[in-house]
Design a protein around this ligand. Structure first.
Ligand code: ADP
Length: 400
């Protein structure tokens, strides 16, 4: 039966599909509310499965596993977008309270559906086209002036499934390879941009909305490395427009929970929507130390239809640096790296995900709060680099 905690606990039970770091940090927020996050994980050593005592082992494409994790849960929500839409619809038909509902979540799963819906809603998006032949891809690239981005319609993350093509010929060749493998793709114009931003909001079933300040996200090789909150020198009218757009999209799409709207600030200062995520998002990790309510607590509040928390920042700026697995993995243990980091930067707030270090994998993040974003950025990036590589970017030697 749904909505009745099977443990006899007076607290609601939120079940999350996926056992990654987002589930782990949501569990951390659940603890403070007297709750235990129930997690559907594929393996018992996943990030969240290590810390929650209520783990269901199974795959997110297996309907029985989804039913097991939803049994008795007040709400079923997600740490990733990979549950097939048909299974989500089946869960809803079987009475499971799925938040965000599949009709909203599809806009975070299918880039073509998202682009079409956003343009119908009058939201600014890059020019795009669906392509089913190499000729269409080439014609689109010629139409937009050459440089395009080819994206797999489903299944991409952290830049996987995104390929840049500088000429119509490249576009044709790249699309030919995807189509030969049977992978549906779309094309869009390559946007000339100043930087990337993200507008993070939350919405509850009651219809309450709340927005955190708009942030700048710095990407390297398609992976977010640094987040500066709020985005430095963003004109206040542009920041308000971005927040209002995100709140409007949350409402029009029927989102429940956290919604991240990833944006491009174009070279002439306009905003375009890149993509949507309907779950806690990397662009909101700064809220754990820099905002009155973290995105993880807010996501729980939203899916439980509690009143939403205050999103105001606690300090003028917070900078987050992602700790990304280095190649090669350093010989120095993570324990020793943390020890040295704390000795040098006592203000650094470290969040590690319990994941094995592998090149390019997000294994943690560091937040630093304060007044001067440039100094915060330098320290957060130095701290994150140290934890990844066991090497100080400025050559600092503790023994010198
Ligand atoms: P993913 O689903 O892997 O996160 P995105 O669609 O967010 O993929 O693209 C990853 C990165 O590729 C973006 O953060 C941005 O840096 C770059 N990118 C994506 N689309 C465009 C575009 N139309 N023009 C220029 N750069 C783009």
């Amino acid at each position: 039966m749904y909505g009745v905690p099977r443990t006899g606990s007076p607290h609601p039970v939120v079940a999350m599909v996926g056992g990654g770091q987002l589930a782990r940090m949501t569990h951390q927020a659940a603890i403070a509310l007297g709750q235990t996050l129930r997690v559907l994980a594929v393996r018992s050593d996943e990030s969240a499965a290590q810390v929650s005592p209520d783990v269901v082992l199974g795959h997110h494409t297996d309907y029985d596993a989804l039913r097991r994790v939803a049994d008795g849960a007040t709400a079923l929500t997600f740490d990733h977008e990979h549950v097939p839409t048909e299974l989500l619809e089946k869960l809803v038909a079987d009475g499971v309270p799925v938040y965000p509902p599949p009709s909203a979540l599809v806009h975070a799963q299918d880039k073509l559906v998202m682009r079409q819906r956003l343009s119908d809603l009058g939201a600014p998006v890059p020019r795009f086209a669906s392509v089913t032949s190499t000729g269409e891809a080439e014609a689109f690239a010629i139409e937009v002036g050459g440089a395009v981005v080819i994206k797999t319609i489903r299944g991409g993350y952290d830049g996987r499934g995104v390929v840049m093509a500088d000429t119509p010929e490249d576009a044709r060749d790249i699309v030919a390879r995807y189509l030969a493998d049977g992978v549906p793709v779309m094309v869009e114009e390559k946007v000339a941009m100043r930087r990337e931003l993200a507008a993070l909001v939350a919405r509850s079933p009651f219809g309450q909305g709340a927005a955190w300040p708009v942030v700048e996200t710095v990407q390297e090789d398609g992976i977010c490395v640094t987040v500066i909150a709020p985005a430095p020198s963003l004109p206040s009218e542009v920041a308000s427009a971005a927040s209002e757009l995100a709140l409007r999209l949350a409402s029009e799409l029927g989102v429940v929970g956290v919604l991240a709207v990833e944006l491009f600030e174009t070279s002439d200062g306009a905003l375009l929507v890149n993509e949507l995520a309907m779950r806690p998002h990397n662009s909101g990790h700064w809220t754990m130390d820099g905002a009155r309510t973290s995105q993880f607590e807010q996501h729980l509040r939203a899916v439980l239809d509690y009143p939403l928390g205050d999103t105001s920042p606690l300090t003028p700026y917070t900078v987050m640096g992602n700790v990304i697995g280095a190649d090669p993995v350093p010989d120095m243990s993570m324990d020793e790296r943390v020890h040295h980091l704390f000795a040098r930067l006592p203000e650094a707030k470290v969040h590690l995900y319990g994941k094995e270090e592998r090149p390019g994998r997000k294994i943690g993040h560091v937040n630093i709060v304060g007044d001067d974003w440039e100094s915060l950025r330098e320290r957060a990036e130095r701290a994150a680099h140290w934890l990844s590589h066991a090497e100080w970017t400025d050559g600092w030697d503790p023994h010198a």
